[in-house]
Design a protein around this ligand. Sequence first.
Ligand code: ZN
Length: 472
Amino acid sequence: MKYEESLMITIQSFGATEEVTGSCHLLEINGKKILIDCGMFQGEDEAKNEKAFGFEPADVDYLLITHAHLDHTGRIPKLVKEGFKGTIYATQATQDLTYIILMDSAKIMSEDFSTRYKKALRQNRAKKLQKPIYSPLDVEKTFNQTEWIAPEYDNYYDLCEGVTFVYRNAGHILGSAFIELSYTINGISKTIVFSGDIGNSNKLVLPNLAKCSRANYLYVESTYGERNHQSIKKSIREFKKVITKTMQKKGNVLIPSFAIERTQEILCILKAMYENNELPKCKIYLDSPMATKATEVYRRYASELSLQCKENLQRDGTVFNFDALLYTLTPEASKSINDVKSRAIIIAGSGMCNGGRIIHHFKHRIWDAKNAVVFVGFQAKGTLGREIVDGAKWINIYGEDVIVKASIHTINGFSAHAGQKEIIRWIKRIKKLKKVFLIHGERASQERLKEVIEMELALETKIVKYAKKVLL
Ligand code: ZN
């Protein structure tokens, strides 16, 4: 029995099971505990962040992070706070972006808490109020008091006895990786791959997803398991058309945008338009301190970006900047955009319009038919962005009803995730693959992807269940 057990590794997933957020997968190999990602639950499942992990953080020896997005990193400060003393592995760019993302999330949570606290005091229920799962100080401690190691893409590293790993470029956001982890037990070696999130091959800012040539087992994301994206060429065409038309009638364009990756893609497209004389006379405002910080990180890692970005750098000495682009850093600078009456393109967060400066810009411009709103990212149920995309005639902004007269445009091709065809193509090239496990996707999307993988690739495919032990 002992021999049998020693041949196995176990894996349990404590997030991103039959849902998109909360990535957190615990492996046990040769008595060592290795965690892949430690993400936050977002949207409807937020309350789960407050619950226990389902394992003892102090027992975890290593944490390997695929990429910086909050749903892959958002519970790291909680892990550290609750006793994790191991080593964290993440590419250098991921470390830099993770710091920005975690700090932003800690600040939002603490601001939100102080608003709720004031309310609760008035209602005599302040004691019952749940505190945020971590503070900005906890984020500082996570970075200062824990050992972080930055693997380079395509280099092999020894993790512990009998376990090696390699990070490969996932082309999803800057620094993103899929991880090939190999282990040897009693002279038998196997490889398991964790995809993290894998990128849409549009080559706008990042190179395409790297090839995974060999693996026995695969844990793969399934966010868009049931559909394909519109081509990037068509999306860029649509985007240019809205910009040109709106500028011609002296209107303004509002673009709610995610700070990381999407904003840099939009900047690249606008810069190319500007340089090819396709951009009508206008001013572009990047009105998001977080996106500005992220753009600076992207610039620092220009050697990891697409050919177009590298060419920009070589030609102009800058990856994203051009004369028409302005960064508004202070609240005063942001407010001064309100004085601009026409020909402004305003890029601001949050991407789904559930907070951030974009709300103020809606208040000032969405009631005017000469303006346009361009959605370039997914809008989840329950967000203001979704309400507008679904055709709301009126929206409520800080207690005030505002009519929606601006033209509303949704452009679908800018996703940072691979669509179904791209996932299948990527898996198809993996040699020796025996079993596929689906994580990071809604149930319906996973069921469809499972069908397609089983039918087209004849591979056994499982939908991973929360905390259920998988033995390999
Ligand atoms: Zn992601």
